[in-house]
Design a protein around this ligand. Structure first.
Ligand code: LLP
Length: 425
């Protein structure tokens, strides 16, 4: 569900014509709908209202400060994976006591920063990390909240790059070893508060079954831990709920909620969720201008001013994003259609936003909207080919605001130098 649609022939983000934003801010530009963000958060929150829960929006999906502030205002916590993400949460006014810290490679300085900022807990992913958290908390004379992220060996049936809950993935600690770690920590690591079990199995999951399979394994674990005298207060289910890019039919948060509640109701825990994509994915589009159109003998190309550096998902995962014209063709009768690839200006054949799409024919200067671009698009964008990163805009009803300025050419070289010692002149 989202608030992007045609009003007459013009594509709108809530009450604002995308054309107007493109004219005034330039392209490529990411456009987020605040109303959609709020709706998605509330749908999730409502799904779990009958049970103690904490939603920790997964910052990696879209870390723009205005997005974070929107969720903070709704009462959200945050799932972070770096000191940089924690700094963003703090800057946005987020409540650090609702922050959970995931990731396999947290450095000492990041652990220290997070302890000093009083986060709720670390999702610990290895025995060495567990000891590092204990050591650093001890040095700071503090007790650090911890959940061990378990690897339940459940197949989330998603793209291999975003599946995380299989033994062959680098994430989490296998079930058996996790029990040993909890017991060891209880006896030996005095600067740790063992408060939770964490289990994130992957992303863009479109079925309920992998989640319930993971729950049944973690439930057993919680039972075993309680027998060992370890009082688990939180069960963190991670994120992973999929969205519709093309024809996927992921469960609505309400259905997901029903299944999770049914399977966890006797546990007496607070549930934590770390949704990213399902919060922001369909709340954003990327507006881009057509630079040229080119007819080949086997393919037609629409060349846009956005490329794989702006929106890397199609190149990286072969993902589909719908592409629609910002202004529908005028006149009567059927518009001329073109079948082909929508490609960027980057010097790589893998630089495409869409392949073999059938779209309304456009001319240079025409505008296209790449759909479902709110999650893992701007955050994964880069300066490849020395291209400044796009601007970001948030729409709220009839108004829009630039929430990140377009980078300038000078920004690309910030911090670089040509030290005298290296060169003769
Ligand atoms: N929690 C943890 C520990 C995670 O690793 C992730 C995502 C999430 C929560 C949020 O999952 P979500 O609700 O967004 O599915 N770049 C890829 C997606 C990578 C997901 C990484 N982890 C893509 O563009 O599809």
């Amino acid at each position: 569900m989202h608030y992007f649609k045609y009003k007459g022939k013009r594509f709108h983000a809530e009450g604002v014509a995308v054309e107007k934003i493109a004219e005034e801010v330039g392209t490529p530009v990411f456009i987020y709908s605040k109303k959609t963000l709020v709706r998605h958060y509330n749908a999730y929150d409502k799904a779990f209202k009958s049970t103690p829960h904490l939603i920790c929006y997964s910052v990696k999906a879209n870390s723009n400060l205005a997005v974070l502030k929107t969720f903070d205002e709704l009462g959200s916590g945050f799932d972070i994976v770096s000191a940089g993400e924690l700094a963003r949460v703090i800057k946005a006014g987020g409540d650090t006591s609702k922050v959970v810290f995931s990731g396999v490679g947290k450095r000492d300085d990041e652990i220290e920063f997070a302890i000093k900022k009083n986060i709720l807990m670390f999702n610990v992913e290895s025995p060495q990390e567990l000891r590092a958290v204990d050591r650093i908390a001890g040095r700071l004379k503090r007790k650090a909240g911890v959940a061990i992220r378990v690897n339940p060996d459940v197949n989330p049936k998603t793209h291999p790059y975003i599946s995380t809950g299989l033994k062959k993935n680098k994430f989490g600690i296998e079930m058996g070893a996790a029990i040993e770690e909890y017991v060891y920590a209880k006896g030996n690591l005095k600067n740790i508060d063992l408060m939770g079990v964490d289990c994130h199995i992957g992303s863009q999951i479109t079925q309920i079954m992998p989640f319930t399979a993971a729950i049944s394994k973690t439930k057993k674990l919680i039972g075993t831990l309680r027998k060992e005298g370890i009082d688990i207060k939180y069960l963190n289910m991670g994120g992973g709920l999929g969205i519709t890019y093309k024809d996927e039919v992921p469960p609505h948060p309400a259905k997901y909620g029903e299944a999770v509640i049914k399977n966890t109701k006797d546990l007496g825990v607070t549930l934590i969720f770390e949704p990213g994509r399902s919060m922001v994915g369909n709340a954003g589009i990327l507006a881009t201008s057509v630079t040229y159109t080119k007819k080949g003998s086997t393919k037609n190309f629409t060349i846009t001013d956005a490329g794989m550096n702006d929106l890397p998902r199609p190149s990286l995962y072969g993902s589909y994003h719908g592409i629609v014209p910002v202004r529908l063709a005028g006149g009567k009768g059927k518009p001329e259609m073109v079948q082909g690839d929508v490609v960027g200006p980057i010097c790589e054949s893998g630089d495409f936003l869409g392949q073999d799409l059938k779209i309304e024919a456009t001319a240079p200067g025409g505008l296209l909207a790449v759909m479902s671009a709110g999650a893992y698009c701007f955050t994964m964008s880069s300066n490849y080919n020395s291209r400044p990163r796009a601007a970001e805009v948030m729409v709220d009803g009839k108004d829009y605001y630039v929430v990140r300025k377009r980078e300038k050419i000078a920004d690309l070289m910030r911090g670089e130098s040509m030290p005298q010692g290296l060169f003769k002149k």
